[in-house]
Design a protein around this ligand. Structure first.
Ligand code: XUL
Ligand code: CO
Length: 437
């Protein structure tokens, strides 16, 4: 078997913060225990197949720039097999526990649906063998329902029932394969489930079809006994002008309306949050507050660019706040941190994939350590607890218990007069956060 990443001779190791070696972890020490779990157990890092092995650096102004040995075989199935071997070499040299893929990242589409299914089954069998050999696990699988021209007007929300049926057939196979590979989850990202213009769109009908499609996926999951967690991945726009899974709140409303809220959690992606005009932390907190925080696509955008740049996460403040919310919510159960990120177009060498992942893993390891110390100090918790203490007794407790109506509240206010106000202390709290970075 050829070696696809010869620049990295041995698995990347933890060398500590003083190390000057570029291909080493300075902070991610997989066995180090924090709050009773190892770093590896907390962070559950995953490598995504699409950007890391199928992305070649193309952008709207030019084709790919990255030449990879595993793309050399001319036969698409031979190329798919070579890529799978390269992927598992990469996972084991990097030392990640998980990977994620779309059906047609791992295997080419055939001339017919039946041939596509056979391609996927064949490459999935190889993946299963490599999983067994290496111990690397599947964090989640998914189906690509947005690249092929048949899905240009959506998959589940397509005006054509034939295309709904085609999409269902693809998801059915992707669920079977995710089960076969022991996947901890399955993601629905509605790539083209939205619209470009309302002049040609029946929004209500499309939403109903999306609800039905997801309910049918739940039925099939139960039928085949697939135990993985279902996730929806919110994104406000791109490729469509307006996507139905806009953000955490709109997904939550959708899931409730269609009776799916107990079957799905969210896969929150950092830059999808910022594209929606939120912060990553807002989206995590919203999901956590509503019991639907499931998994994370870890990346970042660029403040100067309004599109989905999918850069590797390196911002320690952001990683700290993200881990703070995740730890407070009880940590990952089935989910993890999937690097839905790609190296820049000029980072053409295979070794750049290592630099990118090592930096991101170190950034989240620092985030985890910072967040654990911040939590242990209880500085923010105590402040917030005091800020809302009025609700623990007396008037607040009675309101929360539903014991006072508007008339009683008016009588209380007339009796007690103008309420006291308290400082929000934002600047002091920002200073506290900085002490932990
Ligand atoms: C697209 C995106 C997808 C999903 C999986 O922006 O994030 O790669 O993560 O379909
Ligand atoms: Co994503």
């Amino acid at each position: 078997m050829p070696e696809y990443f010869p620049e990295v001779g041995a698995p990347i190791t933890y060398e500590g913060p003083k190390s000057q070696k570029a291909l080493a972890f300075k902070h991610y020490n997989p066995r180090k225990k924090i709050l009773g779990k190892t770093m590896a157990e907390h962070l559950r890092f995953a490598v995504c197949y699409w950007h890391t092995f199928k992305g070649a650096g193309g952008d709207p102004f030019g084709p790919g720039t990255m030449l990879r040995k595993y793309n050399e075989p001319a036969n698409p199935m031979a190329q798919a097999e070579a890529t799978m071997h390269a992927a598992f070499e990469f996972f084991t040299k990097l030392g990640v526990g998980f990977w994620c893929f779309h059906d047609h990242d791992i295997a080419p589409e055939g001339a017919t649906l039946a041939e596509s299914h056979r391609n996927i089954e064949s490459i999935a069998a190889l993946a299963k063998k490599l999983q067994r050999q290496t111990g690397v696990k599947l964090l989640w699988g998914t189906s690509n329902l947005f690249a092929h021209r048949r899905f240009m007007a959506g998959a589940a929300t397509n005006p054509s029932p034939e295309i709904y049926a085609y999409a269902a057939s693809k998801v059915k196979k992707a669920l079977e394969v995710s089960k076969e590979l022991g996947g901890a989850g399955y993601v629905f990202w509605g790539g083209r489930e939205g619209y470009d213009t309302l002049l040609n769109t029946n929004m209500k009908r499309e939403l109903d079809h999306l609800g039905r499609f997801l309910a049918q996926a739940v039925d099939y999951k139960e039928k085949i006994g697939f135990k993985g967690q279902f996730y929806i991945e919110p994104k406000p726009k791109e490729p469509t002008k307006h996507q139905y899974d806009f953000d955490a709140a709109s997904c939550h409303a959708f899931l409730q309306k269609y009776g799916l809220v107990d079957q799905f959690k969210l896969n929150v992606e950092a830059n999808h949050a910022t594209l929606a005009g939120h912060t990553f932390i807002h989206e995590l907190e919203y999901a956590a507050a509503n019991g639907i925080l499931g998994s994370v696509d870890a990346n970042r955008g660029d403040l100067l660019l309004g599109w989905d740049t999918d850069q590797f996460p390196t911002d320690i403040r952001e990683c700290t706040l993200a881990m703070y919310v995740i730890l407070r919510a009880g940590g990952f159960k089935t989910g993890g941190l999937n690097f839905d990120a790609k190296v820049r177009r000029q980072s053409v060498d295979p070794v750049d994939l290592f630099h990118a992942h090592i930096g991101a893993m170190d950034a989240f390891a620092r985030g985890l350590e910072n967040a654990a110390r911040l939590l242990a100090s209880r500085k923010l918790e105590n402040f917030i607890q005091k800020r809302y203490a009025g609700w623990d007794t007396g008037l607040g407790a009675q309101i929360e218990a539903g014991k006072l109506d508007f008339e009683a509240l008016e009588a209380y206010t007339i009796k007690h007069g103008e309420p006291k106000v308290q400082s929000g202390r934002q600047e002091m709290l920002e200073n506290i956060l900085n002490e932990y970075l």
